[in-house]
Design a protein around this ligand. Structure first.
Ligand code: ZN
Length: 142
């Protein structure tokens, strides 16, 4: 929160100040606010909420695309690491670019009903027509 004050960015944050990072940070937090409102604060699987926040913050414009997906789906409600962030934002970008915003919003609007990975997987398949698996996400990369 304190990092939102531009003067404190370097002191409170972990990287040197750059406009692209600063505006990205603001966008990231706004996306979380919107996401929380739409999902009634149900943010699982976390790869969707972090993925959309990081994608819309523009991080894919300066970060390398993953060669293969192999970790982000395990990121349902556990703590995070950079690798998962990295895969998550590309996975979300691919879903939105290939299938549109409407489907993604339809998916997240159902989040208050998701109480397990199994329920999420069924919902995902109903909306996208394929299983949320690494095999299928890797096909989107090709
Ligand atoms: Zn975040």
């Amino acid at each position: 929160m304190f990092v939102l004050d531009r003067k404190n960015y370097e002191k409170e944050g972990s990287e040197p100040y750059k406009d692209v990072y600063y505006t990205g940070l603001i966008a990231h937090e706004l996306v979380h606010t919107y996401f929380n409102a739409v999902t009634e604060e149900h943010c699982e699987p976390i790869w969707t909420s972090e993925g959309i926040a990081r994608y819309l913050a523009g991080e894919n414009s300066y970060e390398e695309r993953p060669k293969r997906f192999s970790k982000f789906l395990n990121f349902f409600n556990s703590s995070m690491n950079n690798e998962v962030y990295h895969e998550s934002r590309y996975a979300v970008e691919l879903l939105i670019k290939k299938y549109g915003k409407t489907k993604f919003i339809k998916l997240i609007k159902q989040f208050p009903t998701i109480t397990s990975k199994n329920i999420f997987n069924k919902l995902f398949k109903k909306i996208y027509g394929f299983n949320a698996s690494y095999t299928n996400f890797n096909k989107l990369l090709d």
